[in-house]
Structures are given as structure tokens and as C-alpha cells.
Design a protein around this ligand. Structure first.
Ligand code: NAD
Ligand code: GLY
Length: 351
């Protein structure tokens, strides 16, 4: 096994992110070194659990933990209050107490749900993130945002609840569908554009970098942002680069365009808007990297169509919208403006 990289987050809870390659079967030992023996409720999905459930639960059992597993169908449609309730019922049946823990074994859907269940069960118990998608590794497993979807929209019910540990084995990413892996790269590219030119240059050279180091750098950036603005009142908004337009694209497509693909196109829209806003034009630079990762680069929707969805975005503050715009690669800014100006800028940018 390679050397473990440890990144510590100091937020309302202080916790480590342990990053390694081939370390999943050692999870029990890693937890034993940090936590007292207890019961652990593992939440996973029906794609991930058959691949990694046995390795995780056997390792935990061997280290003296008692496990109970709850497996739900994979996919965003499972991120519901009903599924949180059934997971909690399972925890009640297993007599999980405040001194016990939850493990999220899966991608962002499982991480968000398990985190939310842990936030509300008995008014909060500890949980551990074991991310198995690239998106979950670089983004959703870190920072304590937990949520479920309701019919009115995605992530509308949730809580901030920092994990007690994030345990990542990058080997688990080897079984991802290529499209799910690629979607994760949209977030990696995003980190480079918002805060780290060197990271951007590294990932722009597709296929010629060490994935574990790139993931570690993304996690460090997320750590820095979360430590500076845990409760999303200011600079954490930078993580939404490409997402305001991306969410609109995703929604207008009836979710046939995947999240990563929509964010990738959303970053290009943001670059176009930045140009007409008066910033240096990085449209070609961003379009090239997006294309090189195999994403479509054209936004299939008009300014008016995008605007109608953006107006209903939960992140809107009153009549204003805050856009994340690239001033240069590695330096994005938050630009608050009247909603109508966003429409004007998109039209001026040719959308
Ligand atoms: P996901 O959890 O649905 O995983 C995508 C697919 O990959 C699923 O079918 C899953 O079963 C499968 N999968 C996962 N790991 C696998 C593996 N190792 N091998 C084979 N298949 C595997 O989706 P995601 O993209 O990981 O996460 C998206 C979710 O994350 C959304 O709900 C989004 O709202 C949330 N999110 C949360 C935050 C946050 O800060 N909390 C940030 C970004 C996104
Ligand atoms: N992925 C957005 C956030 O963590 O704030």
C-alpha cells in the first residue's frame, strides 16, 4: 500500500481526510486507532455495496466494531426523506446510540443522505465518509453539507454536519462508469479555474498526471474554502463556479444532461458572461479543456430559457444573483448583480 496522505479540516468539527490507494481493507484498523469500539450503521447503494461492502464490513468486524448495513437503489432518485426515514428505522432496530456511528459508503448521493441521517438521528451522531466516486472524493465528502431532495427541488432539506473522518481509497474509483468518472473531472477542472492555476495546467494535460495527487490538491482547496466559510455565507460560493448556469442546463434538459456535463458547459457560459462583463476572455481556454475531457461544449438553451430557471434558484438573494466569474485562470470572483443584469449579460454573450 502507498503512503497515506492526511489532510486535516478545522471547522466546527476537526477531522482528518485519509487518502490512499488500496487501503479499503484497512478501514477497520484506521477506525480502531481513532474511535472506541462501537456499532456502525453502513449506508450504501446497490451498485457500490456488492463491490465494496464485504471488504468494509469484514474489516470493521475484524477490528472489533459491530456493523449493520442498509442498501438502497443507486441514483439521485433515491436521495429522499423516505429513504432517510427507513435508514433511521434500521438504526433504531439495531439500537444505534449517540456513541455509535454511521458510515457513508458510496458517491455523493449516499454521502449526502447518510450525513443528513447522522445529523438528525438522536439530534446528531458522528459519521464517516467513504467516498467512491471522483465527485464525492474531491467535493461532497468534505465540508459537511448534507441533504435530501424533495419534489420542489434538489437539496432543499439538509443540515451542516461535518464528518468525523473521510476515508478514501482511490482504487475504488477504478470501477466507476467512464461517464461518472468524467463528470467528476468537471469538478476537478472547476477547482483549477477558481483557485489554482497550477492545478488547472496539470489537469489540462489530460492523462499525464497522478490522480491521487490531483485529488489531494482538490481536497486541500475545498478544506481551505470550508475553513474560511463553513456556513456558506461568502467565499464558499466560489465552489458554485459553472453551477448556476449548469443547474439551469441540467434542469432544462429534464436531467438527461448529467450534472458534470452541465457544469462543464456552465463554466463555458460563465467565461462568456465574464468577457462581456469586462473581464479578460478565457472562453477558448476553458472550452478547450472541457472538450479535451470529452464533454459537449455548446449550451443548447437560450438566455431566456436559462434565466427562467436561474430565477427560481434557491441560492438567489432577493432580486440579486451572485455569479462566479473568472478574472483569470486560478482567480474567480463573486459578482453580485441584479437578476436582470444576468439576463442582459447572457444575451450580450450571444446565448
Ligand atoms: P452518485 O452517488 O449517484 O454516484 C453515481 C453512480 O456511480 C451511482 O450509480 C453509484 O451507484 C455509482 N458508483 C459510486 N461509486 C462507484 C464505484 N466505486 N464503482 C462503480 N459505481 C459506483 O453520484 P455522485 O456524482 O457521486 O454525487 C452526486 C450527488 O452529490 C448529488 O446528489 C449532489 O447533490 C451531491 N453533491 C453534494 C455536495 C456536498 O457538498 N454535499 C457537493 C457536490 C455534489
Ligand atoms: N459543493 C458545494 C459546497 O460544498 O459548498
Amino acid at each position: 500500500m502507498a503512503t497515506t496522505t492526511r489532510i486535516t479540516v478545522k471547522a466546527s468539527g476537526t477531522y482528518d481526510i485519509l487518502l490512499n490507494k488500496g487501503s479499503l481493507s484497512d478501514i477497520g484498523q484506521a477506525l480502531k486507532e481513532r474511535f472506541k469500539p462501537c456499532s456502525i450503521a453502513v449506508l450504501s447503494d446497490d451498485k457500490v455495496f456488492p463491490l465494496y461492502g464485504k471488504t468494509v464490513t469484514e474489516s470493521l468486524d475484524k477490528a472489533g466494531f459491530t456493523t449493520v448495513s442498509h442498501v438502497i437503489p443507486n441514483g439521485e432518485q433515491s436521495k429522499t426523506l423516505d429513504n432517510v426515514t427507513s435508514f433511521i428505522s434500521r438504526m433504531v432496530d439495531a439500537q444505534i446510540t449517540r456513541t455509535d456511528m454511521v458510515i457513508a459508503l458510496g458517491g455523493g448521493v449516499i454521502g449526502d443522505m447518510a450525513g443528513f441521517a447522522a445529523a438528525i438521528y438522536l439530534r446528531g451522531i458522528p459519521y464517516i465518509q467513504v467516498p467512491t466516486t471522483l465527485l464525492a472524493a474531491v467535493d461532497s465528502s468534505v465540508g459537511g453539507k448534507t441533504a435530501v431532495d424533495i419534489s420542489a427541488g434538489k437539496n432543499l432539506i439538509g443540515a451542516f454536519h461535518q464528518p468525523a473522518l473521510v476515508y478514501l481509497d482511490t482504487d475504488t474509483l477504478s470501477t466507476l462508469d467512464p461517464q461518472v468518472m468524467r463528470d467528476g473531472f468537471a469538478e476537478v477542472i472547476k477547482y483549477g479555474i477558481i483557485l489554482d492555476r497550477k492545478l488547472f495546467d496539470t489537469v489540462a494535460k489530460t492523462g499525464s498526471f497522478d490522480l491521487k495527487s490531483v485529488i489531494a490538491r482538490c481536497i486541500e482547496i475545498k478544506r481551505d474554502v470550508v475553513e474560511a466559510d463553513e456556513f456558506d455565507k461568502g467565499m464558499r460560493g466560489l465552489l458554485n463556479f459553472g453551477h448556476t448556469f449548469g443547474h439551469a442546463i441540467e434542469k432544462l434538459s429534464g436531467f438527461t444532461i448529467t450534472h458534470g456535463s452541465a457544469v462543464a458547459r456552465g463554466m463555458i457560459v460563465a467565461a462568456k458572461v465574464a468577457r462581456v462583463y469586462g473581464f479578460t476572455d478565457y472562453t477558448d481556454v476553458i472550452t478547450k479543456v472541457v472538450r479535451d475531457y470529452g464533454f459537449e461544449t455548446e449550451c443548447p438553451y437560450s438566455a431566456d430559457q436559462l434565466y427562467s430557471v436561474i430565477l427560481s434558484d434557491k441560492k438567489r438573494a432577493g432580486a440579486d444573483i451572485t455569479l462566479v466569474l473568472p478574472k483569470s485562470i486560478g482567480a474567480c470572483t463573486l459578482e453580485k448583480m441584479p437578476a436582470t443584469q444576468v439576463l442582459e449579460l447572457m444575451k450580450k454573450a450571444g446565448l
